[in-house]
Write a protein that binds this ligand. Structure first.
Ligand SMILES: Cc1cc2nc3c(=O)[nH]c(=O)nc-3n(C[C@H](O)[C@H](O)[C@H](O)COP(=O)(O)OP(=O)(O)OC[C@H]3O[C@@H](n4cnc5c(N)ncnc54)[C@H](O)[C@@H]3O)c2cc1C
Length: 474
């Protein structure tokens, strides 16, 4: 008989959280701390969503999305998780750019970028200061019409090289383009520029296991391998239950961490929303997806620390979003993981990431798909040889992930690695106005994606869930 992953689960909870991405985990924790009974449902066998890891023969552990996040994670983790989690967050200082326009090393913060822009790129200091001040002052309520392209034109007209330095890492990080609203760029860029790029010492597995222990300690009922099929709406236009693994579980509120479009259009159903809202939801554009190549060196083998921590490599002559997304890869971000990533380990690993279009991969036959993955691995090694010359001799394991992989594990439509474009945020925020007690927190609108964005959005939305439950007889 199939295992019952809902064995002993209650028939009713205050809140059901669908999905254990960083926003879902954080919401569940905040709500449980407030005294609500919380059921956390995750379809995968592991918690974390995109913030995940996998193990391979020989003791290798690969992180999927642990490349870097802003310092704000320390405060958010301290407040909404624990001091212990916050204490494991450390800075990555070796950020490198290698492309036909420039070769630079930086700590990726405002002070060092000011140095680079004034000395290496010859931009007057007042201009650099004015640009940083403008980006820093941007917030969600500002003008949303100005595009990132227009912002750069205002401060650095005709400076393709400066635009590349400022934009390329953000495009790699969250798939945003020059046509996205300038505020999405300004907010994300300023978060990083505040104090640089940070990582979690111990790896994603340590982080998520610490989070799991917190959740259990706060009384959250966690169930893996549980796929929510339906969110039920009552005749009073309020959520009343979810259907998961064929079982109906009643609840007073649902916090969905699943993709916003699938939450509305698939799990709840169009019939429960106004026509305008459904049209708006359908019009939300997904963000792009990713490919990754995971490489583990033989135990004891390493690479020269001069390679840095995070290397933005591109062979393309200028900043070009189409080239960044192309299957004919010319731009890669390499993350170099030293043994200190997991103290006590003797493993050196490299993960290469590239942005990707879902359709390029989704439409391939199985045979062509396997061949394309093999080709991606080989071309990545060819490229990496210039930084780690003997990589092929040192290699113990290599494999690739594609948009199909991300779709499979996280159920994001089209394997979108950073949720939706900006318009998805409004749809997510307005969800409870359509159906009482139905909330969404998770990667939307560019600014609410990434590790920090997801955690913070989870907090914001759980406060709204709390207000709703108090207002509805909690
Ligand atoms: C390759 C890659 C590299 C990245 N690198 C970085 C980085 O370096 N720094 C950074 O800050 N961010 C990075 N990100 C982005 C970051 O990981 C994500 O934005 C963030 O983790 C998303 O969190 P989330 O809360 O939106 O949920 P998600 O991670 O999207 O998780 C949603 C969860 O919901 C579950 N789910 C969906 N539907 C159902 C259902 N019906 N029933 C039950 N469960 C369901 C899924 O299985 C999943 O676990 C990267 C992403 C990718 C793909």
């Amino acid at each position: 008989m199939a295992k019952d992953f809902l064995k002993n689960a209650k028939d009713e909870y205050d809140v059901v959280v669908i999905g254990s991405g960083l926003a879902g985990l954080t919401s569940a924790n905040v709500l449980a701390r407030q005294g609500y009974s919380v059921l956390l449902l995750e379809h995968h066998y592991q918690l974390g969503g995109m913030a995940t890891w996998f193990k391979r023969r020989g003791g290798h552990i690969f992180d999927i999305s642990l490349h870097g996040f802003p310092i704000g994670m320390i405060k958010s983790c301290r407040k909404y998780w624990s001091q212990d989690i916050a204490d494991s967050i450390v800075q990555l200082k070796g950020i490198r750019f290698e492309n036909p326009q420039f070769s630079v090393r930086t700590t990726f913060d405002r002070k060092d970028f000011t140095r680079l822009l004034t000395t290496d790129f010859g931009v007057p200091e007042e201009r650099v200061t004015a640009f940083f001040d403008k980006a820093r002052s941007m917030n969600f309520y500002d003008d949303q019409k100005t595009t990132t392209r227009e912002l750069f034109e205002e401060f650095f007209p005709g400076r393709d090289d400066v635009v590349r330095l400022l934009m390329e890492p953000i495009t790699y990080a969250n798939g945003s383009t020059l046509e996205d609203p300038a505020i999405t760029y300004g907010i994300v860029f300023s978060n990083f520029m505040h104090k640089g790029v940070y990582t979690f010492r111990g790896g994603t597995d340590a982080l998520v296991n610490k989070m799991k222990a917190e959740l259990v300690g706060n009384g959250v009922d966690i169930r893996i391998r549980t796929l929510v099929e339906k969110i039920e709406v009552g005749p009073d236009q309020k959520v009343q239950a979810v259907v998961v693994n064929g079982r109906r579980i009643k609840c007073r509120a649902v916090m969905s961490n699943a993709n916003i479009k699938s939450t509305i259009l698939r799990m709840t159903g169009e019939e429960h929303f106004s026509k305008d809202y459904v049209d708006e939801t359908k019009a939300v554009r997904l963000n792009s997806s990713s490919c990754q190549v995971y490489m583990a060196l033989k135990p004891g083998e390493g690479f020269d620390e001069s390679v840095g921590d995070l290397l933005f490599h591109s062979e393309h002559k200028g900043f070009d979003i189409e080239a960044i997304l192309s299957m004919n890869v010319s731009s890669r971000t390499f993350s170099f993981y030293y043994p200190e990533t997991r103290p006590g380990s003797d493993r050196w690993l490299i993960v290469s990431s590239t942005n990707a279009n879902y359709r390029d991969w989704a439409d391939l036959s199985e045979e062509d798909y396997q061949a394309a993955k093999k080709d991606l691995e080989e071309t990545t090694l060819d490229c990496l040889e210039q930084y780690v010359p003997d990589i092929r001799a040192k290699l113990d394991h290599i494999e690739a992930a594609t948009p199909r992989t991300f779709e499979h594990y996280t159920r994001h439509i089209a394997g979108s690695s950073f949720g939706t474009k900006f318009e998805g945020l409004k749809v997510s925020q307005n969800l409870p106005e359509q159906v009482g007690g139905l909330f969404h927190a998770g990667s939307v609108g560019i600014i609410m994606s990434g590790w920090l964005g997801a955690v913070n959005y989870g907090v914001i939305v759980s406060n709204n869930v709390d207000k709703y439950l108090i207002g509805n007889g909690a």
